[in-house]
Design a protein. Sequence first.
Length: 291
Amino acid sequence: MVEASAVSRVGVIGGGTMGIGVAYAFAAAGYDTTVAEPNAEQADRARSTLAAQARRAQEKGKLDAAAATALAGRVNLVGTVKELPEGLDLIVEAVPERVELKRAVLAAAQDRAPAVLASNTSGLSIGELAQGLRHPESFVGLHFFNPVWSMPLLEIVRGSATSDAVVDLARAVGEQIGKQTIVVRDAPGFATSRLGVAIGLEAIRMLEDGVASAEDIDRAMELGYRHPMGPLRLTDLVGLDVRLDIARHLAASYGARFEPPQLLVDKVAAGETGKKSGRGFYDWSGADRKH
C-alpha cells in the first residue's frame, strides 16, 4: 500500500461538473492529474473550467500567479480509461449515478493497476459497486461536494471489504487537498445524501403544496437555520435529475419517506434539471452554466 505522503499521481474518470472539480482539487494541491473524458466537447469545457477557476482563485488570493499558471499544466486530458497511466496512486471515478455504468468504468479502471480505486458516488452502495473488482479491499467511496473547489467536506465511505489502510490513506489525502473528512459505513445514502435529500424533498413538497415560494422556502432555511444555501437552490446546483435518482434509490431502501414528489418527477421529465439546463426551481438562463 502506497503511503499518503507518496501519493502524487491521480486519475479522474469523467470530465463533467464533479469530475473536473475533483481534478482541480488535486491539481491545486500539487498532484499530477489525468482526466479521462471521451466527449471532446466536454473535454474542451473541462479545460476552460480549470483555467477560469484558477483565475478566480488567483483573484481571491487563494493561488498566487505562478500556482494558477502551473495548475493547468498538471492536468492532462485523455479520451478513454485505457489511456490513463498505469500504476497511478489513486483513480477516482466521477461518472453519473448509475450502478451498471459505474461498475463498467471501475472494471476498466482496475486494469490500469492503481494502488487505490475510489468512487465519487453520493449514495450508491460501495459493496455493490465493488462486486467483480479483484481487490475490493483497495476500493473506497470518496464523496466530494459541488462545487468541489470551495466545499470543505469529503465523505469517506468504508465498504465491508475496504481495508483500514485505505481509509487512513483517504483521510490523509483528503487533508492534503484541503478537505475536512468524515468516515461513514456503507449504508444507503451514507450520512450527507440521506440528510440532504430528506430536507430537499420536503422543500419540494412544500413548494408543490403552495406553502411558500421557492425563494421564501430557501430564505427560511438560510436565515432560520443558518444554512449557507437553501434546499431548492442547492437542488438546482446538484441537478434535479441527480436528486431524483438518489431519491428513488433511497426509497427502495427506506420506503415512502424518500418517494420523490411529483413536481420533481415532472420537472426532470420536462428537461428542467437545474442550473445546467437553464431552469429548475429557479431561472438560470442568464447565468454562466459552465461553472
